[in-house]
Design a protein around this ligand. Structure first.
Ligand SMILES: [Zn+2]
Length: 142
């Protein structure tokens, strides 16, 4: 394949926003990645929700994540479908954020030879045009 994995522009469909995720998505539109922390047990919570999944506390707060992490796992889709059909090869990955949670996302701007478990990555945001942006990741500048 001569095409670099993750080089084609990806569609950025708007997510379904609910009261538990509204602050998260509003922050993405401003280029900020927010996570929640439980003030009772200290767990970092992903995905955004009102109740801590570890201890059921409602006492949580938002904080700004670093936007940095490492590839935990990935796969390359050479035949994506639907809105993504022109985006091959498409990289689907779990990124383990420096704060701990693993986020399903896409890796962009990485050749297949560059992709590896443990690759340092940093977030970028792809505007949906509807008051939100999708957090995706590219190899860290170093
Ligand atoms: Zn907790």
């Amino acid at each position: 394949m001569s095409e670099q994995a993750g080089e084609r522009p990806l569609p950025a469909p708007a997510p379904a926003v609910n009261p538990e995720t509204a602050e998260f998505w509003a922050a993405t539109a401003a280029g900020r990645l927010l996570l929640k922390r439980c003030l009772n047990c200290g767990s970092v919570i992903w995905y955004p929700r009102a109740i801590c999944p570890e201890c059921s506390s409602l006492d949580t707060e938002w904080f700004a994540a670093s936007g940095r992490g490492r590839v935990y796992s990935y796969t390359i889709n050479y035949r994506p479908e639907g809105a993504y059909q022109d985006c091959a090869p498409l990289v689907l990955a779990y990124v383990e954020l420096d704060e701990g949670p693993r986020m399903m996302t896409n890796i962009v701007g990485a050749g297949e030879a560059d992709l590896a478990v443990g690759l340092p990555v940093e977030v970028e945001f792809h505007d949906t045009g509807e008051g939100s942006a999708l957090p995706r990741f590219r190899p860290a500048a170093s």
